[in-house]
Write a protein that binds this ligand. Structure first.
Ligand SMILES: [Zn+2]
Length: 219
């Protein structure tokens, strides 16, 4: 009987604790999208990060540093203000200040990710933006940015990426010897944008082995 009562109490208090999690809805969405990104091979190991804005709160939730996007949970995400003050959780990802800055200057952005995918990173490391070679990539990639190499967490890197995102047409910024930043109006659009960037990078690379990739232009 004692065991049953104990089990009942654990169940009651356990459920209460779950429902008391602040911004649970956004954390759940972030964790689920991170897992989808990982399953689609946009991330490996603990590299890269992802965040989602909490509308109207001046805050966002980002991956904590050192964890894989395939294994996020409530203890592996960090809640922060746009000024990069940690409200709740562990040390955030190194690139979190860039996420905060973008949310601050771009009202249209609801989710951000930073990835080290091979084809996009190869183009960036060669000092080139991925050319919009297909009709579906024109809208996303005809206006994008690229920054020179600066160490992770350096002021130069943070400032240069933030500066590029002041232009509201820009959704993608390539980083030499590092990777790429992508934004979306929400997590769903973000995932689609990220996949489109990496797939276009792969197609453009294949085209380069055949001849010279030409940018697609609508007539
Ligand atoms: Zn990185």
């Amino acid at each position: 009987m004692k065991k049953i009562i104990l089990l009942f109490l654990i169940l009651i208090f356990g459920c209460t604790a779950q429902s008391d999690i602040e911004y649970k809805e956004y954390k759940d969405q972030l964790i689920e999208t991170a897992k989808r990104c990982y399953d689609r091979q946009l991330f490996w190991g603990s590299g890269g990060d992802i965040s989602v804005k909490i509308p109207g709160a001046g805050k966002f939730i980002v991956k904590s540093t050192g964890y894989s996007l395939g294994s996020l949970d409530y203890d592996r995400v960090t809640t922060m203000t746009f000024d990069n003050e940690v409200i709740e959780g562990k040390t955030p990802s190194h690139e979190a200040p860039i996420h905060g800055n973008i949310y601050k200057i771009r009202k249209d952005v609801g989710a951000i990710l930073h990835m080290h995918t091979p084809y996009s990173t190869a183009w960036a490391t060669a000092g080139m933006k991925v050319p919009p070679v297909t009709q579906q990539s024109v809208k996303l990639l005809s206006k994008c940015g690229i920054v020179k190499y600066h160490p992770v967490g350096s002021n130069e890197l943070i400032e240069e990426i933030t500066d590029l995102y002041k232009d509201t047409r820009i959704k993608v910024v390539f980083m030499e010897n590092h990777g790429v930043f992508v934004v979306g109006k929400d997590l769903e659009e973000l995932l689609n944008n990220a996949e489109l960037v990496e797939n276009t990078a792969r197609i453009a690379y294949l085209l380069k082995t055949i001849g010279t990739p030409k940018e697609f232009k609508f007539e």
